[in-house]
Ligand binder design. Structure first.
Ligand code: ADP
Ligand code: MG
Length: 357
């Protein structure tokens, strides 16, 4: 089912939580709403679900204006951040709940319900807990049950509000991949709210980056990561070095170092800009590869897994530069703390103007 969000605005006394949000979500899409805490993600999800009313705007589900419909009339499944299970029902009955309360004419037989519930518990890897009560489960396990329960009734739209944020990193990663696969199988139109950029990048077909109740950018993970629309998005999507720079004669100058950019910037007026360089877009070498290489010294080395983090002190830059290089490169170069290296800035993106981060 497609979702059309039109000009949704929501204010609390003295505070605009959502400021004219419009967004079209295609049938079968998995969209991530990504933004910092307090930016309005939950509010938007609750409005779509019919748990909250907007001051202005409308929510269209598959050509039907559902703005004023209550949640129970919307065939929407949801898993919220702190959505409690029914404490007095065991896991089986929690997952079966939506199936058991259907009018008898639509209700499946007991054995069909049982099969469906067991299938869902298997999907969320919780079959072993079928007889347990919510109080006997960890927060993460409860969220998996909540997900199974939301899916039980075959919702046309699935809304997930940071469902994995209580899980430890490894389980969280597994469930993220599992959810992606599940989505490819069942293709239910889904909105996944998260403040974790990695989760959004890995999971979503498209990402909506939100800040202070407004959409900053909408695009595929690759688009928003490789072509951030502004400084906020650049900063929010992953590690980045930020330097204060000047734009002089169409060139970017950081400290006293002119930086190679793919093209000259417009205008000759000198102005301030912020230069963004991602750690993995920095090359490190023992030999100079270009005139514009910086001369740097390795201040610190961090083993991060397949990548190695380097802290580089360079002449002309006011701050240390953080670089990330593949482990193999690091091994081949035999780099040690204190070594002198040549530093290549492969991709520098500059934003000018008064954009506030
Ligand atoms: N019921 C409410 N009354 C007053 N302010 C609220 C209420 N619900 C949310 N807010 C405020 O609206 C903003 C957005 O909240 P929320 O949608 O929960 O953000 P997010 O989910 O992105 O962290 C926050 O500043 C929050 O404090
Ligand atoms: Mg929230």
């Amino acid at each position: 089912m497609s979702i059309e969000i039109r000009n949704i605005t929501k204010s609390y006394p003295g505070y605009t939580a959502l400021d004219d949000i419009s967004l079209s979500i295609r049938t079968g899409e998995l969209i991530a709403l990504l933004g910092p805490s307090g930016c309005g993600k939950t509010t938007l999800l609750r409005i779509i679900a019919g748990l909250e009313t907007a001051d202005k705007g409308s929510i269209i589900l598959e050509d039907k204006d559902t703005t004023n419909l209550p949640a129970r009339e919307k065939n929407v499944g949801f898993v919220f951040q702190h959505y409690a299970l029914f404490r007095r029902l065991n896991v089986f009955d929690n997952v079966a709940f939506g199936l058991n309360v259907r009018p008898s004419s639509q209700r499946q037989s007991k054995s069909e319900i049982r099969d469906r519930v067991m299938h869902l518990l298997q999907l969320v890897q919780m079959e072993w807990a079928v007889k347990r009560y919510p109080s006997q489960l960890s927060g993460g396990q409860r969220q998996r049950i909540a997900l199974a329960r939301a899916l039980a009734v075959n919702p046309k739209v699935l809304l997930l509000d940071e469902p994995f944020s209580a899980l430890d990193a490894k389980v969280r990663l597994e469930l993220r991949r599992w959810l992606r696969k599940l989505h490819e199988d069942i293709h239910v139109t889904s909105i996944f709210v998260t403040h974790d950029q990695e989760e959004a990048l890995e999971l979503a077909d498209r990402i909506v980056v939100i800040n202070k109740g407004k959409i900053e950018q909408l695009g595929s993970p690759q688009e928003v990561y490789d072509h951030p629309a502004n400084a906020f998005v650049y900063n929010f999507l992953g590690n980045v070095n930020v330097f204060q720079g000047r734009i002089r004669n169409g060139k970017v100058v950081i400290g006293d170092h002119p930086v190679d950019t793919p093209h000259l910037l417009d205008g000759h007026e000198e102005k301030n800009g912020q230069a963004f360089i991602r750690p993995h877009e920095i090359g490190v070498s023992r030999i100079r590869s270009s005139e514009s290489d910086l001369v740097g010294k390795i201040r610190d080395i961090r083993i991060m897994g397949s990548q190695i983090g380097l802290e580089l002190e360079t002449t002309g830059f006011e701050k240390l530069i953080e670089a990330e290089i593949p482990r193999d490169t690091w091994r081949n170069l035999q780099l040690n703390r204190g070594d002198e290296v040549f530093v290549t800035l492969n991709k520098v993106k500059v934003f000018t103007g008064d954009y506030e981060i």
